[in-house]
Design a protein around this ligand. Structure first.
Ligand code: SF4
Length: 475
């Protein structure tokens, strides 16, 4: 009898034990696979906390001016959501990949749970459109500004709760035991996929060990909920780091890697126009406008000029008319109402910022690509990925400004420390982008051309960083 038939069936063959950091990470990945029930308990605990933070504030009156974080549930929930949760989930992507998605995210947990009873319909073409991550990110970012999602509980329930209901509906319709929503439609999935490319850990597939395992009886299939093609997986971008495939076929392990690796060596073959748009026009354009407008003197001047023109023309209603709270911020009791003119100017300002910033960055990257030799769209998309550190840093700084503002309102101030931390993060992001540009250019060219590409990438990152300098230091 051939020896292969005598071999015990292996669903999860034990991989050879590596040492040091590699060994510790592999053991951690294994622990995640073995302690699935613990992870599930954690996931449901997060669902409970999420629903409580979302629903309870809506049932309470808006906080009075004398309220504090520690004695008002609405303020505490807003701080937990926007001051802690969001900025540090973004940061976690760069540190530990999409572990948030696979281990903690309440929306992922709910869509997967509901999908156990899914109708399991075939995925329609529209659902797998590659433009969703960009489109959904832009729409939720802009709509969030229109309704002041960071400030009031009802818009937060509408935006986040609406997304959760949609995730569950998609789970009911498509993909049994899967996370179709997370894979194709989640508004932040594209951003998370970009940032996770910088993570220093990933589930690594040993293709030689995989091929060798074909000699043994086929192990039971792994349910990869976010539909990652595990055998050909080369990075952390799509993987939710759930640990379910750890040691599958003796070929998969949680492992360390260089934070440069995926952007330099993998992204070039997979980068596409929608990812480039999300980096240049989404994170470095729309998001900048969304964080800028309420502090921008240019916004005030432009609005004043349009208001004057309208008054001179005898058209007063755009200055006086407001809209329902679910369309435009409308809280007269808080002295916080956006008129139709405010809303229109907000949309124009964000659109103008996205076009100016995205257009300028595209031109700088295009010049850098040209400096390396003949023009090439794949090279342009690849080089755009070098700007991920600045794109992520900017959004982290924008979100964490909320943290700083809320702590400031409680009398907790570290103006020097915050300014130094922001400056260091921006400088670090610029240097990291330049380094990525240098490494990517090294795949195309050398010498002076390589220096020119790296310099162009660094200048583009610095230009985007200047948008945040304007917000934090100049305005
Ligand atoms: S590839 Fe799939 S199963 Fe494996 S860790 Fe990533 S998300 Fe989980």
């Amino acid at each position: 009898m051939p020896s292969v038939l005598l071999a015990p069936p292996r669903s999860h063959a034990a991989p050879p034990k590596p040492a040091g950091v590699r060994g510790a990470l592999a053991a951690l990945g294994e622990a995640m696979r073995r302690h699935r029930r613990t992870i599930q308990a954690l996931q449901w605990a997060v669902v409970g906390i999420y629903l409580m933070l979302l629903v309870v504030p809506v049932l309470l009156p808006l906080p009075p001016r004398t309220a504090h974080l520690w004695n008002n549930a609405t303020l505490a929930a807003a701080f937990a959501f926007w001051g802690l949760w969001w900025p540090f989930v973004l940061l976690s992507m760069v540190l530990i990949g999409r572990t948030w998605c696979g281990v903690f995210c309440p929306e992922g947990t709910l869509t997967e749970a509901v999908s156990r009873r899914s109708l399991n319909r075939a995925l329609p073409h529209w659902l797998t459109w590659r433009g969703w991550p960009f489109t959904a990110f832009v729409c939720t970012t802009v709509y969030g500004q229109m309704v002041s999602v960071y400030q009031y509980p009802a818009p937060a329930l509408l935006v986040l709760g609406g997304s959760t209901v949609a995730a569950m509906a998609v789970g009911l319709m498509y993909g049994r035991n899967k996370r179709v929503w997370c894979r194709y439609l989640c508004p932040v999935s594209g951003v998370f996929a970009l940032l996770a490319k910088l993570a220093p850990v990933h589930f690594q597939v040993d293709t030689a060990a995989w091929e060798a395992s074909r000699q043994a009886p086929r192990p039971p299939a792994i349910n990869c909920a976010p539909l990652v093609p595990i055998r050909t997986m080369q990075g952390a971008s799509a993987c939710h780091m759930c640990g379910r495939c750890s040691s599958y076929r003796g070929a998969i392990a949680l492992a360390p890697r260089s934070p440069q690796h995926e952007v330099v060596n993998v992204a070039g073959t997979r980068a596409n126009a929608w990812e480039t748009a999300l980096i240049l026009f989404g994170l470095m354009g729309v998001a900048v406008g969304a964080f800028h407008w309420s502090a921008s003197p240019w916004f005030v001047d432009a609005k004043q000029a349009v208001a004057d023109a309208l008054v001179n023309a005898g058209v007063i209603w755009p200055l006086a008319q407001s809209a329902p709270w679910w369309l435009l911020t409308d809280y007269p009791g808080q002295n916080d109402v956006l008129t139709l003119l405010d809303g229109a100017m907000l949309l124009l300002y964000i659109a103008a910022t996205a076009i100016v910033c995205g257009g300028a960055l595209s031109a700088m990257l295009a010049a850098s690509v040209r400096a390396a030799g003949a023009w090439s769209w794949p090279r342009f998309h690849h080089l755009a990925q070098a700007l991920i550190p600045m794109a992520g840093c900017g959004v982290f700084l924008g979100l964490s400004a909320m943290t700083v503002t809320m702590l400031h309102a409680e009398g907790l101030e570290w103006p020097q420390g915050v300014a130094v931390a922001r400056a260091l993060l921006l400088a670090g992001a610029v240097l990291w982008c330049g380094w990525l540009g240098w490494d990517i250019a090294g795949r195309w060219t050398g010498g002076a051309r390589r220096v020119a590409v790296a310099a162009g990438t660094t200048v583009a990152a610095a230009a985007s960083g200047f948008c945040w300098v304007l917000l934090f230091w100049i305005w």
